[in-house]
Design a protein around this ligand. Structure first.
Ligand code: G3P
Length: 227
């Protein structure tokens, strides 16, 4: 499963990018707006941190197909590297995805709440479809079950699109989808950190250090013993 950081704070991204094996960064207009009024500078900083080989997802705001295509071309041209353009999975969005596929611009069908939206985005040529798991849960449906259903539709239909599950509220939801073999998940910093936030893990690591230091002295490591 590919793993993305769902955030736009350059410092947080630098920290998480350094620690974890992430494949890229996903943003949306709301996430970018939290960083202030200059999304161009924020996006350029993120691109610099993750490099040109990693995927950076940036969403369009236009709502007419022709304008979406022009905006997508601008995004891809301005941010370079492996930029993926997020396009809402609505009728004008599907029209734009088809046109952008023909132009070689990689897209992600976003704002996916239903399996048939995902089907249409995939069939329109989107490389990713992004269901919003937690928001689906909040509507009274089973988000994990719907994301699995979307994964099955994409796999069996062989559309060449991957699921990029988004909007998680806990690591258990990520685990269930990881186990199921979904293509990708994007997680907010707190969810990512939560994968390894466990007192038992910290206690085990601290006990190894304490035992070793008891035998050979405070601050000693294998480097100082064997080096
Ligand atoms: O990027 C889209 C998605 O991550 C939204 O998450 O937490 O706003 O539902 P959330």
């Amino acid at each position: 499963m590919k793993l993305y950081i769902d955030d736009a704070n350059p410092e947080e991204i630098r920290r998480l990018w350094t620690l974890y094996p992430a494949d890229g960064v996903t943003t949306n207009p709301s996430i970018l707006s939290r960083e202030g009024s200059d999304p161009r500078s924020t996006l350029n900083q993120i691109r610099q941190i993750i490099g040109s080989e990693a995927e950076l997802f940036v969403q369009v705001l236009a709502d007419e197909a022709d304008e979406i295509v022009l905006e997508a071309e601008t995004i891809a041209g301005a941010l370079g590297g492996r930029t993926v353009v997020k396009i809402p999975s609505v009728p004008a969005g599907f029209q734009a995805m088809k046109a952008l596929k023909a132009k070689g611009i990689v897209t992600c069908g976003t704002a996916v709440y239903t399996p048939m939206q995902a089907y249409l985005a995939a069939k329109s040529g989107a490389a990713y479809v992004a269901p919003y798991l937690n928001r689906i849960d909040n509507m009274g449906f089973d988000g994990v079950r719907i994301v699995k259903q979307i994964q099955d539709i994409l796999t069996r239909g062989k559309y060449g699109a991957e699921v990029l599950a988004a909007s998680f509220k806990n690591s258990q939801q990520v685990l269930e989808l990881c186990e199921y073999g979904i293509g990708a998940a994007t997680c907010a910093p707190a969810i990512l950190d939560g994968f390894v936030k466990n007192a038992a893990i910290d206690a085990a690591v601290a006990a190894f250090t304490a035992d070793f230091e008891k035998a050979v002295g405070k601050g000693k490591t294998m480097k100082s013993i064997l080096g």
